[in-house]
Design a protein around this ligand. Structure first.
Ligand code: SF4
Length: 282
């Protein structure tokens, strides 16, 4: 039996067993990334799509995803590679790529405006070993690295990656423990601790998806924004918050898309405390 130290679940796995996230497995008595180098998605995306609005604007970033996730958001836009039955099958059709090959590809795209690598689409921290190896090589080649994450990981994992990551977009999906634990199967306290530590290591922007009836209250947004306002980037600037619109997807189709007016109203509430607030999907 071996214990995984990546996230709050601390899955205890027997030889050959796979953890809750589907991306880590116990082999030779150690829990490791089963999804190491297995790529399900690869695209040259605008940096703004991560979303990052205050980091290398107008540039592109070679974005790479694997499979698996340690949350269970019922509305996941990437459920085909995150946590559905199909996501687990996607492992079988994933293409294997080495950190060296990925870095070479990123360099090839440099002439088209590529700044480096973005680890995204599924939850990259459950396969942090590949992120570390590829990001290290990318840095050595003069490229930048971006991490798009749900922030559900121990600080020891952040410490492993911090030397190689230049920017992160981290989800702060709501501001109640109930929403995190009951709806997302997550742990808000772990995410908040991760964000507090991450802002000291690199450029960080945050994203909150507004789901009707779950996290769309004015008071909740006010408390969230006030907490974010106490964070400061390394250069003393405020942290940007992206507030985005929910669409019914995957297992949450029992409600309509968030009213655009609600997103705009909540953005105004956030602006009471924050300098950089952006709306998304509107
Ligand atoms: S990263 Fe995966 S295997 Fe590790 S504790 Fe979290 S859910 Fe379990």
């Amino acid at each position: 039996m071996a214990k995984c130290g990546v996230c709050f679940r601390h899955c205890e796995l027997r030889e050959g067993e796979t953890g809750f996230c589907g991306g880590r497995t116990c082999r030779e008595g150690v829990v490791r990334a089963a999804n190491y180098g297995l790529v399900t998605s690869l695209a040259l995306d605008p940096v703004e799509k991560k979303p990052l609005n205050r980091f290398c604007p107008g540039k592109l970033v070679l974005s790479v995803g694997s499979y698996g996730c340690n949350l269970r958001c019922p509305f996941c836009q990437n459920h085909e590679i995150s946590w559905s039955a199909k996501a687990m099958r996607s492992a079988l059709s994933a293409e294997r790529i080495t950190p060296e090959e990925l870095t070479a590809l990123a360099l090839e795209y440099k002439s088209r405006g590529n700044i480096g690598l973005a680890f995204t689409y599924n939850e990259p921290l459950i396969g942090w070993e590949f992120v570390r190896d590829a990001a290290k090589l990318a840095h050595e080649a003069g490229l930048k690295n971006v991490l798009v994450t749900n922030g559900t990981a121990e600080l020891a994992i952040l410490a492993e990656l911090a030397p190689y990551i230049d920017a992160m977009n981290i989800d702060l999906k709501g501001f109640t423990d109930r929403y995190y634990s009951k709806v997302l199967s997550g742990d808000r306290q772990q995410v908040m601790a991760f964000i507090e530590a991450a802002v000291k290591t690199c450029h960080v922007e945050l994203t909150t998806l507004i789901v009707p009836g779950e996290n769309d209250g004015v008071e909740e947004m006010r408390r969230l924004a006030q907490w974010v306002s106490r964070l400061k980037t390394r250069d003393g600037e405020g942290v940007a918050l992206h507030i985005s619109r929910f669409f019914p997807r995957f297992r949450m189709r029992d409600r309509a898309a968030t009213e655009v007016g609600t997103v705009y109203r909540l953005a105004e509430v956030a602006r009471e405390a924050l300098e950089y607030v952006y709306t998304g999907n509107c």
